[in-house]
Design a protein around this ligand. Structure first.
Ligand code: SAM
Length: 242
């Protein structure tokens, strides 16, 4: 059965050259409304989405907002920022609009996702450097900030069918109880960060304490802050090295 809110969304946002009846059929077949429309509004920016990229989430807008607040508190110079696992490019593009002088790199293991990210940077008229890389495998520079919303769903976790059946599993699931990417990033991040630095993560709501433990192992002197989203769920970790 069609969700009336999704039908309303479709009617409101479907591009005028698209066939509404075809679009409704796709909705009935369980396709996410955002893929049918073909783009989403992320922080006021229009971001193209298709089945090669995760649909940007509201929490990720909060990640960008909170990271921007920390950046304003901590840094004054022209920054270099790595968005690891950039997907559609929504984080990198939004940060570039907020910080026009920053040098921003988006990386992803998926060449298909990077194709969408590049199109989104062009459509939004911002310059982002994109690198195809398995975590840090092709990263050679040092950054002031690493921001990442990595895959973090546990391999045996039950998730909604509409997500499991449509969004790329490469963007969703992570080994080691959902913690694989946090551990790999934190273990190696020293090699890719300047002395004064910020790491900003979106996390799964039950993963906060485990990730803090990992962060303390690799960054024992850092200030580590766990933050909640608008629904009061643990959703973000910030690691500040001054
Ligand atoms: C949760 S999605 C986040 C996408 C986007 N940043 C966002 O917030 O909407 C995670 C992204 O990490 C990428 N990814 C998965 N494994 C990776 C790896 N080993 N190295 C780099 N990126 C990876 C996926 O392709 C996906 O685009």
């Amino acid at each position: 059965m069609i969700d009336m809110n999704e039908l309303e969304y479709l009617k409101k946002y479907l591009h005028p050259d698209e066939d509404l009846n075809e679009a409704i059929k796709r909705l009935e077949n369980g396709e996410p409304v955002q893929y049918i429309v073909g783009d989403v509004d992320f922080y006021g920016n229009i971001i193209k989405v298709n089945k090669d990229v995760l649909i940007p989430r509201r929490e990720t807008e909060e990640l960008v907002e909170k990271t921007f607040e920390y950046i304003n508190k901590l840094f004054t110079n022209n920054l270099s920022i790595l968005d690891l696992g950039t997907g559609s490019g929504c984080i990198a593009i939004t940060l570039k609009k907020l910080l026009p002088n920053a040098k921003i790199t988006g990386s992803d293991i998926s060449s298909k996702a990077l194709k969408v990210a590049k199109e989104n940077a062009n459509n939004n008229k911002v310059e982002i450097n994109y690198i195809e890389s398995n975590i840090f495998s092709n990263i050679n520079d040092k950054y002031d900030i690493i921001i990442s919303n990595p895959p973090y769903i546990k391999e045996d976790e039950e998730i909604m069918d509409i997500v499991k059946n449509n969004e790329p599993h490469l963007a969703l699931y992570a080994k080691n109880n959902g913690l694989y990417f946090y551990k790999e990033i934190l273990k190696n991040a020293h090699n890719y960060l300047n002395k004064k630095s910020l790491i900003a993560f979106e996390i799964g709501e039950t993963e906060g304490n485990e990730i803090i433990k990992i962060a303390k192992t690799y960054f024992p002197k850092a200030q580590i802050i766990l933050k909640q989203d608008l629904q009061h769920l643990d959703r973000f970790i910030f690691i500040i090295n001054e």
